[in-house]
Structure formats: structure tokens, C-alpha cells
Design a protein around this ligand. Structure first.
Ligand code: NIG
Ligand code: FE
Length: 415
């Protein structure tokens, strides 16, 4: 008899393995990418998938031990690879609901930032919070995300903005991930906004960029190497010229980049992302055809964030247009207190299918395989020998991903 398995996910209505080929942009509804197994089961031993297939076949191949094997009854549910949210600013304290109200009443994101709200406000609030409270707020958020089937979350810094606060943010993200038992990739986002402490000085912006490049970035790279580097390349953030030296520093350290591009204006950030071989260009509410072609050639993933477009009252990014240019599309929540107070990744898939032109098949790809590639992680797919990272979703079929609007939840006790 073989070693007993440690987990058995049995009798799923469907196992969505995601082990098929990438979606074909000309035949977006072809279901091959999902590689669905009906009436299936998944057996895991010590974190690796050891058998996957129709339930009867799996049960014939593995040893189930009454004590050592956790058996999860997945009847009536969909088993899938754990979902992946690859763009969040989930390390924050408090909320900025008043800014949302002001926007509904006509204020713009830029108006609010100019009055000391926006990112600068969250920076001040995070600096003032004690570690324990900030870590616990992130831990709770990660657990709620897991309740939507998400098992891997990218979390950015960027509410620190000075050396000490950025290092502290990276440490708090690691601690919250361990406490929650949810996998996290840490992204260092030093160019998110100008440090509010420098902003009122006449040359505060230049001083901030100088300090970031000479002190913050080298110190962070040396003391607590992040998984990725990010910058806010936009009319409301930093220009291509201001961002380039940061990307050079990251490249020298062989740290891959992911970039905020085109949320408010196309300032040729997509071309910059392609030039530096970024893993993803995120937002893309504003992007040119040339920018998309450059991204397609460089294999840069479009990380679309419908929660932000929704909360800002913008038109949704046009995913169909990006697919037509040959760009791979991922979806993320952008979870943050200003522009996307959202923890629900499957809801982003519903927006994408109804309002952004993705097929349901492409939406599945966009919350599994595409974000996995953007995080250089082996998950997002279930196959024998692969990582045993599984979610059980309370939907009767994969087709219900956009149909069960805001109601796709992980089955307890996994949630
Ligand atoms: O992705 N665009 C920059 N960063 C966030 C907003 C952060 C905030 O407003 O606190 C975003 O939308
Ligand atoms: Fe963001």
C-alpha cells in the first residue's frame, strides 16, 4: 500500500484543473483551458497533488487513512486551484469612506489628494498605527479573502514611503501572512506618492525621489529583499523619466517589476513596462494600441482592476481589445482604502464577463493561471506532481463564476 494521503477533496461536481492550453483569443469560449473533470476528486500528500481524476479512479489509486487523511466532502461544489489575487494594497488601517462619498458628489481623486486625502492620508494613518493593530487588520483581511477561494495574495507596501516605514510594512506583511496561514508575495512600492512629510517643501518632490533612489531602495534591497518592485506611473503619480532609475536599480538586483499604468492618463507607461520586461502592467484604463502591441511582444500581462474603475466611476478597461492585441489578461481586486475597498476576487470576474468582454473561460484563466505567471508561482493549476493548493467553491458548475454575482464563496471549513 502507498503512503496515506493527507487531504482528499472528494465527489466534486466538477474539478476545474486549469491544466489546458491558454485561451485562444479568436475562440474565447472554447473550454479547453479549464480541462474540467466531472464528478472528480483530488488527492494531496504533504502539499503535492498525487492523484486527480474521476472520483472512482482516484479512490482506487490512493490510501485513505481514517486518522491522517482530512476528507473534504465537495458534493455539489466546484474544486479549483486556489484563486490568486495578484494586486492589492491590503496593508492599511481604517478606511476612507468619506472620500468615496465626496466622489459620488462630484469631487475627483485628484481634488481629494490635493486636499491631503488620498494615498498621503493612508500613509499618515499607517505610520500612526501600532504594529499589532496593522498586522491584525491585514490578517483579518487575508482570512476574508480566503473565504472567497483566494489562497495567494500579492500585497504592496506604498503607505510607508520612507525607509523605516517601508521596511516596517514589509515586515508586517510577512507577519500577517504567517498568522493568517495565507500565502503572500510582497511587492515594494516606493514610488506611490510623495512622502507627505516632504510634500510641502518647495523642492519636496525632487528630494523625495532622490532619497528614495539613494537611501530607501538600496536599504530595502539589502535588508529585506522584496519579491517584486512596483511604481505608480501615471499623471497622478510619477512620470516615465522619474520611474526609470528605480527600474534600473531593480534590474541590477534581478528583482522583477509590476507597474501601475494608465489609471488616469496614458503617459506611455505600457511601453516602459515592455522595455523593462515587467511581469504585469496594471490598471490600463488608458492605453494606446502601440502600448498594447509592445506589451504583447514582451509578454507583459494586463492586470485589470474593475473594483477601482467601478469605485472611481470610470469606464471599465476593455479586456476584449487587449486580447485582440494578443495580451494575456489577469484580474485582481486592487484592495485598498481609497479606490477599491474590495476583497472579493470572484466578483471581479463577474464584472469582467459582463462589462469588459472576457469570456467565462478567460475569466477563470485571469484569476488562476495568468496571476500565477505574474507572480512567478507554480500554483493556479491542479495537476499530478504540482502544488496541492485547492479551493472548494460553493457553485454548482464553473459556468456560475460570473452568474453568482458577489456570492462565490469557499466551502467551510476551508473558508
Ligand atoms: O491602485 N493608483 C494608485 N494606487 C491605488 C490607490 C491607492 C489609494 O488611493 O490609497 C490604486 O488605485
Ligand atoms: Fe493599485
Amino acid at each position: 500500500m502507498s503512503e496515506p494521503i493527507t487531504e482528499l477533496y472528494r465527489d466534486a461536481a466538477e474539478v476545474v484543473t486549469m491544466a489546458g492550453p491558454p485561451p485562444d483569443r479568436d475562440r474565447p469560449t472554447d473550454i479547453a483551458p479549464l480541462a474540467v473533470i466531472e464528478h472528480g476528486s483530488v488527492a494531496v500528500r504533504d502539499g503535492r497533488v498525487v492523484a486527480i481524476g474521476p472520483t472512482r479512479d482516484v479512490l482506487a489509486r490512493v490510501t485513505v487513512d481514517p486518522v491522517r487523511t482530512h476528507v473534504f466532502n465537495c458534493e455539489g461544489a466546484v474544486v479549483a486551484p486556489g484563486l490568486i489575487d495578484a494586486h492589492t494594497h491590503a496593508l492599511f488601517v481604517g478606511h476612507r469612506a468619506d472620500e468615496f462619498v465626496a466622489r459620488i458628489e462630484g469631487a475627483t481623486y485628484a481634488d481629494i489628494a490635493a486636499k491631503g486625502g488620498g494615498i498621503a492620508r493612508s500613509v499618515s494613518e499607517l505610520r500612526a498605527a501600532n504594529d499589532e493593530s496593522a498586522i491584525e487588520q491585514l490578517r483579518a483581511r487575508l482570512l476574508r479573502m480566503r473565504g472567497y477561494g483566494v489562497t495567494m495574495v500579492e500585497v504592496k507596501t506604498g503607505y510607508g514611503l520612507d525607509t523605516e516605514s517601508e521596511l516596517r510594512s514589509l515586515a508586517m506583511i510577512r507577519e500577517a501572512s504567517q498568522r493568517a496561514g495565507v500565502r503572500v508575495k510582497r511587492t515594494f512600492l516606493p514610488l506611490h506618492a510623495v512622502d507627505p512629510a516632504l510634500r510641502s517643501l518647495p523642492d519636496g518632490r525632487a528630494q523625495f525621489i532622490e532619497r528614495t533612489l539613494r537611501e530607501t531602495v538600496p536599504t530595502v534591497f539589502e535588508r529585506d529583499r522584496p519579491d517584486f518592485v512596483d511604481a505608480y506611473v501615471d499623471s497622478a503619480g510619477f512620470s516615465v523619466e522619474e520611474t526609470r532609475p528605480l527600474l534600473e536599480l531593480a534590474k541590477r538586483e534581478q528583482i522583477r517589476t509590476r507597474l501601475h499604468i494608465g489609471q488616469f492618463a496614458d503617459i506611455r507607461g505600457a511601453e516602459l513596462a515592455a522595455e523593462f520586461n515587467a511581469l504585469s502592467a496594471d490598471h490600463l484604463e488608458h492605453v494606446s494600441d502601440d502600448g498594447l502591441d509592445a506589451m504583447a511582444r514582451a509578454g507583459v500581462i494586463a492586470m485589470l482592476l474593475p473594483g477601482a474603475a467601478f469605485s472611481l466611476g470610470q469606464a471599465m478597461p476593455d479586456a476584449r481589445r487587449m486580447r485582440a492585441h494578443g495580451v494575456e489578461v489577469a484580474l485582481a481586486t486592487d484592495c485598498n482604502p481609497g479606490t477599491s475597498y474590495v476583497e472579493n476576487l470572484p466578483l471581479m470576474a463577474a464584472f469582467a464577463v459582463r462589462q469588459m468582454g472576457l469570456s467565462t473561460v478567460e475569466a477563470w484563466w485571469a484569476i488562476t493561471r495568468a496571476p500565477a505567471r505574474s507572480l512567478q508561482w507554480e500554483g493556479g493549476v491542479l495537476r499530478e506532481g504540482g502544488v496541492g493548493d485547492v479551493c472548494v467553491l460553493e457553485i454548482p458548475t464553473w459556468r456560475a463564476l460570473p452568474y453568482a454575482v458577489g456570492s462565490v464563496r469557499a466551502r467551510s471549513p476551508l473558508g
